[in-house]
Write a protein that binds this ligand. Structure first.
Ligand SMILES: Cc1ncc(COP(=O)(O)O)c(C=O)c1O
Length: 407
């Protein structure tokens, strides 16, 4: 091999912390294996279904789409208008009524999934705030730090949770806000924190947003699970808290989870400017970044979302589907916590305080390996469990398996 070969002097890159475990599960030949590692919604049968509202929208699109022409760099205007209405909907307001502060000061960019939106947010920071560092509360979605570091930005880590993995470590968070320099950015999960399920209350969001604005830090809100916590509007309390400060913010949202459009790669970046001119100027730099990354986004997922949200009947149907997914997740939490106690694993009632699909069971790498080897149960680091992967049949099996590795 020549000295200049790409492969000279390298070893393999590490596997992805989440997809790596999902691959191990895929390769496991045991029929009773249980996948609680993937970050996707599953129904009682362990299937990630296409939502009926999505099917209807796709039928309409098949009949009406006439071209596969490129979209603008910032994406599909119909999707962007729909995504903006969903994010900034006024509490108690009709569909289409958005927070007044968002009317002129928000510019939207259509991205390939929430990952594309986070990547774009970080790229905008690297372009407009050279020297800025980006703060993340650990543990976090592992891709946050991978994305920050691949943009050659320093990731500054602080604790998000208390040592027992059960509640928010508010003092670590406020210490980090105090330690960041003006101009730094901080990534926060808008709702349904991945992997901990631990979200601030609306009152805590108000205080966090105030302190962040006061210190001149740019908040990057990663909002991948709108609707999976307390409700579509309730989950946006974090977003409204940042909007209320009048300071700039970036909001990365995803239609992967709440529309179950995982492989369509659809999401958006909302750029909240201090005023309309600021938002428009930041968006011009974001479009520059887009042009060098994916040029313009894939169309189909956005067309599905705008078809659903643009039709009152389909939108009501979809809201019902989101609500059904949320209810199943919450019921799984409650039943699983009780089953853990019944299996002798101890008191897991803290799981009921958490939001969204994930929580940490606080397991060591050895215990996780035993769960895989002895019980064919797959979880992610620290025992991140996907509550949507559970079912009435699987709950007692998983609870007994966890109790046995904890004994
Ligand atoms: C916290 C968080 N942000 C962003 C994403 C990205 O989602 P998408 O599949 O839309 O890229 C995920 C997906 O798992 C996530 O958990």
């Amino acid at each position: 091999m020549s000295e200049g070969a790409l492969s000279a002097r390298i070893s393999d890159a590490p596997g992805d912390p989440i997809f790596g475990i999902v691959e191990l599960h895929r390769a496991d030949a045991r029929p009773h294996k249980i996948n609680l590692a993937a970050g996707v919604y599953m129904d009682e049968q362990g299937v990630t279904p296409i939502l009926p509202s999505v099917r209807t929208a796709e039928e309409r699109l098949l009949a009406s789409t006439t071209s596969k022409l490129y979209m603008p760099i910032s994406g599909d205007p119909a999707y962007l208008a729909a995504a903006k209405s969903l994010l900034f909907r006024t509490v108690g307001g009709a569909w289409g009524e958005i927070e007044p502060a968002a009317t002129d000061c928000v510019q939207m960019i259509h991205t390939p999934g929430g990952t594309g939106a986070v990547r774009l947010a970080v790229d905008v920071v690297s372009r407009l705030r050279p020297g800025a560092e980006i703060w993340v509360g650990e543990p976090t979605w592992p891709n946050h730090t991978q994305i920050i570091e691949s943009s050659r930005i320093t990731a500054r880590r602080h604790d998000w949770i208390t040592d027992d993995a059960r509640s928010l470590n508010t003092s670590a968070l406020f210490d980090a806000i105090a330690a960041a320099k003006g101009g730094d950015a901080m990534i926060l999960h808008g709702a349904c924190h991945n992997p901990t399920g631990i979200d601030p209350t609306p009152e805590q969001w108000g205080e966090i947003a105030k302190q962040i604005a006061h210190r001149g830090i740019l908040p990057i809100l990663d909002f991948a699970y709108q609707g999976f916590g307390d409700g579509l509007i309730e989950d946006a309390a974090s977003l409204r808290a940042f909007l209320a400060t009048g300071s700039e913010a970036l909001v990365a949202s995803s239609s992967s989870k709440n529309f179950a459009l995982y492989n369509e790669r659809v999401g958006s970046l909302a750029i909240i400017g201090a005023d309309a001119a600021a938002a428009s100027s930041i968006a011009s730099h974001a479009r520059m970044a887009v042009r060098t990354m994916w040029s313009n986004p894939p169309a189909h997922g956005g067309a599905i979302v705008s078809t659903i949200l643009g039709d009152a009947t389909l939108r009501a149907q979809w809201e019902g589907e989101v609500s059904a997914m949320r209810t199943r997740i919450t019921e799984s939490r409650t039943t699983f916590a009780a089953a853990l106690t019944a299996a002798g694993a101890g008191d897991f009632s803290y799981l009921l305080d958490h939001h969204g699909m994930f929580s940490l069971l606080g397991l060591t790498d050895d215990q996780l390996k035993r769960l895989r080897d002895e019980h064919a149960v797959y979880l992610v680091a620290r025992g991140r469990i996907n509550m949507a992967g559970l079912s009435a049949a699987k709950i007692p099996i998983v609870a007994k398996a966890v109790a046995s590795v904890l004994a």
